[in-house]
Design a protein around this ligand. Structure first.
Ligand SMILES: [Zn+2]
Ligand SMILES: [Zn+2]
Length: 287
């Protein structure tokens, strides 16, 4: 039987429902040879996942998935680290989180100044303890009956340019890629189908711009990709000389119906892809 992997997994370190150790345990149960934990904007789950991996005999790669600022669709950059724990990235991500926390407080003050009774506790409760974003603010406004729907909350208060809006301080895709590369990681574009450029046919141009900044791969195998998507991305990767990766975006019970390793049931990601990634990783020894 060939060996399979899953290079896109979330744990309780971000918005997954299983602890890093539990994710590794499940990977072993499903017979996966290697996995990467790729939590949103944090690598805090890596040490626990590594320890569980050596205990259970599953190869564990420390990864991350960083959300970049992008007007057309969702642009996420995955980073894979093959050396020691990337301390400089950890530091950089913590600064980003501090900035985000500051932004949330500013939005609370703006809402209070508009006359709403909204506290930090309300927002934290709405987020379920995970990363806080504007949808959680909208949820609170709906719950407190200040607005009738999430949509109205955005239209009247939380949307860009509206009275409770505070400018985002996300990194650009280029900055994100450079930050990962500088910390010794391999930057990979996640699920390219969520980009406006995928539908408009402008993906090759975008890729070459990102490659100039250090992008090394694209996520070709993904739970929501159709066979035509996968084939199209596979030939594009070959044409522009990018590495191919794949993963399920498993979130445990927080994103139902997606299984670790197989996605909606038919995903098979060969170990060979990881070997190629590791060869590149070896070219950039960490300092
Ligand atoms: Zn993503
Ligand atoms: Zn993800």
């Amino acid at each position: 039987m060939p060996d399979y992997i899953d290079l896109h997994l979330h744990t309780t370190a971000s918005d997954g429902s299983l602890t890093p150790a539990a994710v590794v345990g499940l990977a072993r149960e499903r017979g996966l040879k290697a996995i990467a934990v790729t939590d949103h904007d944090t690598i805090a789950g890596c040490p626990e996942a590594h320890a569980a991996g050596s205990r259970l005999g599953v190869e564990v790669i420390c990864g991350v998935e960083i959300s970049a600022d992008w007007p057309k669709g969702t642009l996420h950059i995955l980073g894979y680290f093959f050396g020691s724990f990337p301390r400089s990235l950890d530091q950089g991500l913590k600064e980003l989180q501090d900035n985000r926390a500051k932004r949330n407080l500013e939005m609370i003050v703006k809402l209070q100044n508009l006359g709403f009774t909204v506290s930090e506790d309300d927002i934290v409760r709405a987020s379920g303890g995970g990363q806080i974003g504007r949808p959680h603010f909208a949820k609170v406004l709906v719950e407190k009956k200040y607005v009738k729907s999430m949509e109205e909350a955005f239209d009247r208060y939380l949307g860009k340019g509206k009275p409770a809006y505070v400018e985002k301080d996300r990194l650009t895709p280029e900055e994100t890629i450079r930050m990962i590369a500088k910390s010794g990681g391999i930057p990979v574009l996640a699920h390219p189908t969520t980009l406006g450029e995928y539908d408009s046919g402008e993906l090759p141009q975008l890729l070459s711009r990102l490659q100039e900044n250090g992008l090394r791969g694209i996520e070709v195998y993904y739970y929501s990709h159709t066979e035509p998507d996968t084939n199209r991305l596979l030939s594009l990767a070959q044409r522009v000389n990018l590495l191919v990766t794949g993963g399920t975006d498993f979130h445990g019970a927080n994103l139902g119906n997606i299984q670790i390793g197989t996605g909606k049931g038919n995903l098979k990601i060969p170990y060979q892809l990881l070997m190629k990634l590791k060869n590149v990783g070896g070219l950039h020894p960490q300092t």
